[in-house]
Design a protein around this ligand. Structure first.
Ligand code: F6R
Length: 235
């Protein structure tokens, strides 16, 4: 893993964005895996400002809440349109369908999407409990797309986006860790002291399913962009 520490979240996001812009200009990205949440907001802001040419790039999102319609304002589909897709033109977008009636068929559909669109670049955030995508502690490192139950810690962390914690969907579809690891390049961003323990475990800790992000230690092309607070526990 290559670790880059910047003073602020804005600076770290800018550095990560520049890697993305450079890889696009080299023609290295045909398919990109994308994340939602607070972490990539500045990264997406830089993309909206710079308007990179993404017309030949397909996006495949990491996850979507079960039960939310694509136009629900807390769905990840809505988030992606608000923050990126309505401003930067891509070739095609894929997200799990939160309203799918048959979960098994939906996971199989998404795995087929991933097989047909091998990831060149995967943007990741990390949960305070070390999750990547919605692969919570205990998830298999070989996993493919799954319908997962969110942990109490994740529900609490995500409650800030909803009127109350009772409204946070308790399940999500998530790309599996095995699929994430197939990406040629992985770029993980983490900001704030609430991520510091997970970042230390991801980089310095033993590889364990209890901290899903430690799976990234086995990948040979991972770039990690941190602010000082997220890096504060690193030795
Ligand atoms: C989002 C995702 C999650 C988030 C993580 C951090 O698509 O897959 O793993 O990256 O929960 O969330 P934030 O960025 O809101 O702290």
């Amino acid at each position: 893993m290559k670790i880059f520490v910047s003073k602020t979240k804005a600076e770290a996001s800018k550095e990560a964005y520049e890697v993305f812009a450079n890889d696009i200009s080299k023609g290295d990205i045909k398919t990109i895996g994308l994340a939602t949440g607070s972490t990539p907001l500045d990264f997406y802001k830089y993309a909206r400002e710079a308007q990179p040419n993404c017309e030949n790039i397909t996006t495949v999102n990491l996850d979507e809440y079960v039960g939310l319609a694509p136009d629900h304002d807390q769905s990840y589909n809505y988030f992606m349109h608000e923050n990126l897709f309505d401003s930067v033109k891509f070739e095609k977008h894929y997200l799990p369908n939160g309203l799918a009636e048959d979960s098994e068929a939906e996971c199989a559909r998404y795995d087929k999407v991933l097989d047909e669109n091998p990831l060149d670049w995967q943007l990741l955030g990390i949960g305070g409990n070390g999750h990547i995508g919605f692969n919570e502690p205990g998830a298999s490192f070989e996993g493919t797309t799954q319908r997962v139950k969110l942990t109490e810690a994740t529900l609490e962390a995500n409650a800030r986006f909803f009127d109350s914690i009772d409204e946070v969907p308790t399940e999500a579809y998530s790309m599996g860790i095995g699929s994430i690891l197939k990406s040629k390049k992985i770029v993980l961003l983490a900001f704030g002291e609430e991520k510091a323990a997970a970042i230390k475990a991801m980089i310095e800790g033993p590889v364990t399913n209890e901290v899903p992000a430690t799976a990234l230690q086995s990948h040979d092309n991972v770039m990690v962009f941190l602010d000082e607070a997220a890096a504060s526990l690193l030795s």
